[in-house]
Design a protein around this ligand. Sequence first.
Ligand code: ADP
Ligand code: MG
Length: 438
Amino acid sequence: MEELKRIWKKVSEELSKEISAVSYDSWIKPITPEEIDETKITLKVPFSVNKNMIMTKYFSLIESCLESVTSHKFDIEVVVDDAGSEHSEVDPITVENTLNPKYTFSSFVVGNNNNLAYVASLAVAERPAKTYNPLFLYGGSGLGKTHLMQAIGNYYLENYPKKKVLYTTSEKFTYELVTAIREKTNQAFRNKYRRVDLLLIDDVQFFANKELAQEEFFHTFNALFEKDKQIVLTCDRLPSEIPQLEERLKTRFNSGLLADVQPPDYETRMAILKSKIQSEYLSVNDEIVEFIADSIKSNVRDLEGAVKRILVYAGIKRTNEISMELATAALRDILSTQPRRIVTAALIINEVERYFRLSKGSLVSKKRSKEIALPRQVGMYICRELLDDPSFPKIGEEFGGRDHTTAMHNVKKIAEDIETDQELANMVREIISNIKKG
Ligand code: ADP
Ligand code: MG
């Protein structure tokens, strides 16, 4: 055995003269000489990527160096150490937990906009590498990708506290790689990434253009995938839409499940706001929550920002009771930057027709049939509720030039009926919510 070690040391020295330092560190250094007899030398490597690389690129070089050192032609066998990371002699790696404990499944509000991503993430957290591998979460900024990704990590660690979970961004990965190359700590870098049980890489769009990082990540991905370790990725777009990303990485990213997150609809915005407000122990009435949900549509981060601002204002005013006035003041700056959806009579008419499955133009037509009467009354009532200028003459005019007394009569009728008719009240509420959803 000592003999074998001595031989291998010399061979390594020879090899180091022949290839670049990076290649040496990546592919030669991980080799351990395992066995020797008269005809054959067995070399052990940690992963099959290493073996592949050696077989395709370095085999004949190793062969000839071995021959020059020993003056003997050995057969070389390369074996993969299938004992895996846990049992190998390499130093156990410690991965510090960089997950935000707040990002959990229970603090995540599920809606139509993120349902698939949520279900897939939960499945992956419960059975890593058994369902979707990789899981690729994509969608616009502030829509909960990082939250879901870290929820997977938190959930998994809760069930398996000994497992190694590594969360990082593609930018940090790239930065660490560059540092590792400079400081010649490639192997430590590799060990760190290739010996985890769950790898979470956030914002992979930043791999664009970074060839070295892409190359390294490709091998990291393969090493983990082969060992049945779960990989989760997030991105602001689909793999196919990332510019300057190697084809082979696109193929890998596409090979699992792609799940999108969309901007939250009105109901989900309401639910998110309520959950955030509750977690801050604030007391805010529904009217104000609706006001925020109406005003902020772009993403969840902004909704959260709104609640935080209100919290600050409440602190300044030393109150827990949030008035409309306080909310408006707190949100003034944010609101001015939000695209405002202007509700018009045409929009309302359109939505009412859609809701009642009437053909376009029915409500403004001269027809007076029974099926149209109720929808028309509802439409006028909603105009009175939502329009900036809800005068009766204006409403009458919008509904095919009807008289203002007709408009007044219709609005009054619905206003009275919804007091007693629950079904009608629900219907009106639903239509209004559809209109506000935008
Ligand atoms: P992304 O990574 O997609 O840009 P984040 O995951 O950072 O977005 O989400 C932004 C903020 O919004 C975070 O504080 C997150 O907790 C919160 N958030 C996003 N989606 C939800 C949701 N469905 N329920 C609760 N909070 C959410
Ligand atoms: Mg993010």
